[in-house]
Design a protein. Structure first.
Lengths: 420, 208
């Protein structure tokens, strides 16, 4: 790995240098107000101020929630910038034409007041805005490429298929060779002077009809057929009432892979009931809108995505989104999410499978009684830091059992725990 | 004799194939055993079958509707979940009344006191809740660098200057009603959990 990295890093470093070189030319071409200092100290002080106060809305060279800032000291007066940064609403309300136009262009998004910044702070900010942040932009693409290069490793499953294929080929070759040997030997023996009995033995033909009619053959075939039929029948019967693998199409093509996987949104953000109630809850559209009032399409595409439009329609028409329920426990069994997730500290994925990788959610586990009981037999109770269990743990330690306190020990196998 | 045997064989394999198709996959929910035990007689939240004919083949209901029909005609959209009765005031187990300040009343929010006292447990629970509801945008340390926040943009850096001196009441008000680009989170987080988040933000993230 180290060899690989050192080999790779040579061209990348070269790239970096080239990028920085071109960017440096860019800096020279940029006009900035002469009052703005380009000293390292000022840029550094400005950078920390920028990261603490501005970064989430402004980028240096790109339009974001607010405008791109580089070149601002050339576009506007220093005094104007200072008053706008400190209290933008005051400038807008004073009727300043530039400020009102800007406010309208960015959908009347209010920029918070920053009265705690001194005039010097704003000047440092401007230093960073005009002269800072160049190295970062140059370094990121190279880093990303290096990461991608090191990520490629061996894939064992592919080797496995290759090995199997080679084995099959070898076996076929052996079969062919054996057939050849047999035919050569028969030819050779036929040329030798032999007794009549031996000759007959050598030249005997296998009679297929006789083999098929033989009792042994019929019994073996019948037994195999009956066994196969019985096995499929029994397997089929066991799948009655088990909805494992049920993966219905939902009214909105919501991707858990995108939301929970790529964007790492915790499950509880939308399934709000999971720690405080029996049901995990399906989110109502107002929860979708917390993000989707701003995000209208995937991967920054223009326009409104047809799937996201369905949320807006639901809100506009006051019409609920009719999600299809995937996990259905029979009415005869009681299950409580908070008991398992909050008290038992069980991960969602233990029962629901790798949700963060699913484009369309399907039922991962069998949800049969045997499956529940199996887990209740094996799972230790999270007793640490929970006073409720102190006495039980003590009593359990005094008993004959040598295992840790498990769910079965506190009634996890009792019928009435779930059926009542 | 032979014909009868082969008929048996074919029937047996057909039956086994029939049983195989009982399992669920894709759109197919699979065969239910004793369906009357699966479907709730009482109204149940998060399930709603509006088709009055559903399950009429095994129904013995007195109203003549299908066995699986389960929705409440008295509610909007026939939903089973009910809204609280109008003009009633819920009071939770901590005796808290609903938060009544209007969205624009940020100055009024400044004087609201946190009803929950700080303790290690409260901070731990506040952290836990923060990580679930705030982290996607505000990031693990409150610097506005969450993965979703990067896409939405304009996320407050809680450790930054404009936010460091905000009152606890202000933070609670903003979680409840939203502000600027942030949406209202009152429907997701109960009031006492919101107050615990406020403690966590003040004590741990802003170190005050």
């Amino acid at each position: 790995m180290s060899i690989k990295r050192s080999l790779l890093s040579v061209p990348f470093r070269f790239c970096n240098m080239a990028l920085i070189f071109f960017l440096l030319i860019g800096i020279n071409a940029f006009a900035a107000d002469p009052e703005v200092s380009d000293s390292d100290e000022a840029v550094k002080a400005g950078e920390s101020l920028f990261n603490a106060n501005c970064k989430t809305c402004h980028k240096l060279d790109q339009k974001f929630t607010g405008p791109a800032l580089r070149g601002v000291s050339d576009r506007r007066d220093i005094a104007w910038i200072q008053s706008f940064v400190k209290n933008s609403q005051k400038v807008i309300q004073s009727g300043d034409p530039t400020a009102t136009a800007l406010f309208a262009e960015f959908n009347n998004t209010v920029m918070p007041a920053h009265q705690f910044l001194s005039d010097d702070d704003v000047m440092n900010l401007l230093s960073y805005i005009e002269f800072g942040g160049k190295e970062e932009a140059a370094a990121t693409p190279a880093e990303g490429a290096a990461g991608a290069a090191t990520a490629t490793g061996g894939v064992p499953s592919e080797y496995l298929t290759i090995i199997l294929a080679v084995l099959v080929v070898v076996l076929l070759l052996i079969l062919i060779v054996l057939g050849l040997i047999v035919s050569v030997l028969t030819k050779y023996l036929n040329k030798q002077p032999l007794e009549e009995d031996d000759k007959e033995f050598i030249n005997q033909k296998t009679d297929l009809k006789k083999v098929f009619r033989s009792d042994a053959f019929i019994i073996i075939i019948t037994a195999i057929v009956i066994a196969l039929v019985a096995k499929t029948a029994i397997d089929g019967l066991f799948s009655v009432g088990v909805q494992q693998g049920y993966q219905p199409t939902q009214p909105i093509a919501f991707s858990h892979k995108l939301h929970a996987g790529d964007k790492e949104i915790p499950c509880q953000y939308c399934h709000t009931g999971v720690e405080i109630g029996r049901s995990a809850n399906i989110p109502s559209p107002n929860i979708c809108m917390n993000c989707h009032m701003h995000i209208q399409n995937v991967e920054g595409k223009e326009g409104v995505s047809t799937e996201i439009q369905k949320i807006y329609d639901a809100i506009d028409n006051d019409q609920p989104i009719e999600w299809v329920r995937v996990h259905n426990l029979p009415d005869l069994a009681y299950f409580n999410h908070s008991q398992h997730v909050k008290v038992g500290q069980i991960e969602c994925q233990t029962c629901h499978g790798p949700i963060e990788e699913m484009e369309v959610v399907g039922q991962h586990s069998a949800l049969t009684m045997g499956w529940c009981i199996d887990c209740h037999r094996k799972t230790d109770i999270q007793t640490a830091g929970n006073e409720y269990y102190d006495k039980l743990v003590q009593l359990h330690a005094e008993s004959k059992s040598k295992d840790a306190l498990k769910v079965k020990d506190i009634g996890g196998l009792e019928c009435a725990k779930c059926h009542y | 004799m032979k014909i009868i045997k082969s008929i048996y064989l074919v029937a047996l394999s057909a039956a086994s194939l029939g049983v195989v198709s009982c399992g669920a996959s894709g759109e197919n929910q699979g065969l239910e055993y004793a369906p009357q035990m699966y479907h709730s007689v009482a109204y149940e939240p998060l399930t709603q079958i509006q088709n009055e004919e559903a399950g009429s083949w095994l129904s013995n209901r007195e109203d003549g509707k299908g066995e699986f029909y389960n929705s409440n005609v008295h509610n909007p959209h026939n939903m089973n979940m009910r809204e609280p009765v109008p003009n009633t005031v819920p009071r939770n187990q901590y005796g808290m009344l609903p938060y009544r300040l209007k969205v624009a009343d940020l100055t009024g929010a400044d004087s609201v006191q946190n009803p929950i006292e700080v303790s290690e447990d409260v901070l731990k629970e506040g952290e836990h809740t923060y990580m679930q509801y705030c982290l996607p945008c505000h990031g693990p340390a409150g610097q506005g660098d969450g993965k979703v926040g990067e896409v939405i943009g304009g996320v407050a850096n809680l450790t930054g200057g404009a936010y460091i001196n905000l009152t606890e009441g202000h933070i609670f008000h903003v979680i409840t009603h939203g502000k600027g680009r942030m949406g209202a989170h009152a429907s997701q987080i109960t009031p006492e959990r919101r107050w615990k988040i406020v403690h966590y933000v003040k004590q741990v993230i802003q170190k005050q």
